[in-house]
Design a protein around this ligand. Structure first.
Ligand code: SF4
Length: 283
C-alpha cells in the first residue's frame, strides 16, 4: 500500500508561532504565572505539552488575578484586552498576523461607515474577535441563504473567517450584490488553508482512500474531510493513530494523507508509522 503525504501538513505558521510563544513565555517567566484563555489548538497532546510547560488554561479572564496572559492565534476581542489592562495583566499577543489583518479591515470598514458582514461561524473565537473589532456591530452569516433576510443595505463591507471555503465566500458575495448600494469585498481567507484545500481535492482524485488527520473541532480539518468526500473517494478523519481501523484498507492500493493546520507533526508520524505497518500486513 502506497502512502502519499500532502505537501503542506502539520502546524501552520500561525499555530506554530503561538505554540512557540507560549512555551518561550512560560520558560522565561518563572516568577509569574502564565495563562491562556482557552486551548491553543484542539489537540490533547498539545494541550498536555502546554500544561507541562506551566501554562494554565482558563475560560474566564476574571479568574486571573495576576500574571501573563497569552492571546492565542485566533485573536481576542478588544474587551479581553481592556479587561487585561484593568486587571494589570501583562499581555503577550500571539494573534496570527492573517487574523489581525482581518480584524483591522473590519475596524476600518466600521470607522468608514460600512455595515460589516462576516462570513463564518459566530461561535468561533476568531469571528468573535473580528466582530469585537467593529464594536459588535458586524452581522455574522454562515451561508448565502442567511443574507436573504437582510434588506436594503447601503454601504456593505464583506469579510470572511480565514478558514472558510472559497465557494461559500463567492456565493455569499453574489447574494449580497443585489441588495447593497455599495459592496466592498475583502478576501481575508488564509492562503495556507486555501492551499491545503486545493491539495486535498487534487490528492483525493489520485488515491483510493484519503485519511484526514486532525481534530473534529477544527474548522479547517472538517473542511478537508468535506472536500475529500465531495470527490467521491473513501475518506476517514481521525485524531490519532489508535483510531485507525485495519479493515478500512482492504483492497486499498494508495492512501492520501492530509492534515489540519493544528495537527502536530508527532501525531502525523505516529499515523504514518501505523499505516505502514497495516500496509505491510496486507501484502
Ligand atoms: S490557519 Fe492561517 S490564519 Fe489561521 S492561524 Fe494558521 S496561518 Fe493563521
Amino acid at each position: 500500500m502506497k502512502i502519499v503525504l500532502a505537501k503542506h501538513i502539520g502546524f501552520c505558521g500561525g499555530v506554530n508561532r503561538a505554540m512557540e510563544t507560549a512555551l518561550k513565555t512560560a520558560k522565561n517567566s518563572s516568577s509569574e504565572q502564565v495563562y491562556m484563555l482557552g486551548h491553543i489548538v484542539h489537540n490533547k497532546d498539545v494541550v498536555e505539552k502546554i500544561s507541562k510547560a506551566g501554562v494554565i488554561v482558563t475560560d474566564n479572564i476574571k479568574k486571573i488575578k495576576t500574571g501573563i496572559l497569552i492571546i492565542r492565534s485566533h485573536g481576542a476581542t478588544p474587551e479581553i484586552f481592556e479587561k487585561a489592562k484593568t486587571q494589570k495583566l501583562k499581555v503577550v499577543d500571539a494573534t496570527c498576523p492573517i487574523v489581525a489583518k482581518a480584524q483591522n479591515i473590519a475596524k476600518r470598514l466600521k470607522d468608514e461607515g460600512y455595515q460589516v458582514i462576516v462570513l463564518g461561524d459566530r461561535n468561533h473565537d476568531e469571528v468573535k474577535g473580528i466582530v469585537g473589532a467593529t464594536k459588535n456591530t458586524a452581522i455574522v452569516v454562515s451561508k448565502p441563504k442567511e443574507v436573504q433576510s437582510l434588506k436594503n443595505l447601503n454601504k456593505v463591507g464583506l469579510i470572511v473567517q480565514t478558514t472558510q471555503n472559497i465557494k461559500n465566500f463567492i456565493n455569499t458575495a453574489s447574494a449580497l450584490l443585489p441588495i447593497s448600494s455599495e459592496l466592498r469585498i475583502y478576501n481575508t481567507l488564509c492562503k495556507i488553508v486555501d492551499l491545503r484545500q486545493k491539495e486535498a481535492d487534487l490528492l483525493a482524485k489520485k488515491v483510493d482512500l484519503v485519511l484526514v488527520i486532525g481534530s473534529f473541532k477544527s474548522a479547517n480539518t472538517k473542511q478537508l474531510t468535506t472536500i475529500s468526500k465531495n470527490t467521491g473517494v473513501k475518506t476517514h478523519q481521525i485524531e490519532r493513530a489508535s483510531q485507525l481501523k485495519k479493515h478500512w484498507f482492504n483492497a486499498i492500493k494508495k492512501v492520501g494523507v492530509v492534515t489540519g493546520t493544528s495537527t502536530p507533526e508527532w501525531v502525523i508520524k505516529d499515523v504514518v508509522s501505523e499505516l505502514t505497518k497495516i500496509g505491510k500486513g496486507l501484502e
